[in-house]
Design a protein. Sequence first.
Length: 136
Amino acid sequence: MAKTAFNVSSTLTAAPTAGSGSIADERMGVTAGPPPTAPPGPAAPNSTPPPPEQAATAGAPARVPIRAYVPAELADRVRGAVAALAYRTDDWASLNAATTAALERLVTEAEHQFNDGQPFPWTKGRQLQPGRRVGH
């Protein structure tokens, strides 16, 4: 049985280089042109970290990281729920979305129960006292 060769031309708008022209060549990086340039080196050690994650939509409130430790079993249950429900409801679209929705419900309930439905006062820049609360 004889082998049949075929060539699929690229649909890219860039001019083809000599000896190239197939999609397979492009995907594998085979070209007759000059060797590719080296990737840029590592970032400078004194570079500033990126700002906290921002909301994707304009006008939405800024998003900031918040750190909490939860029992391992609960973490696994939450991850499982996110994996199972991510495409069914916006509240479970991601771990961030699920955490935000759960905290929003919990805080709203506490505000209604303990503070006449008003937000608890908080001074920006202030930190929570670390450690266990006395008497708990």
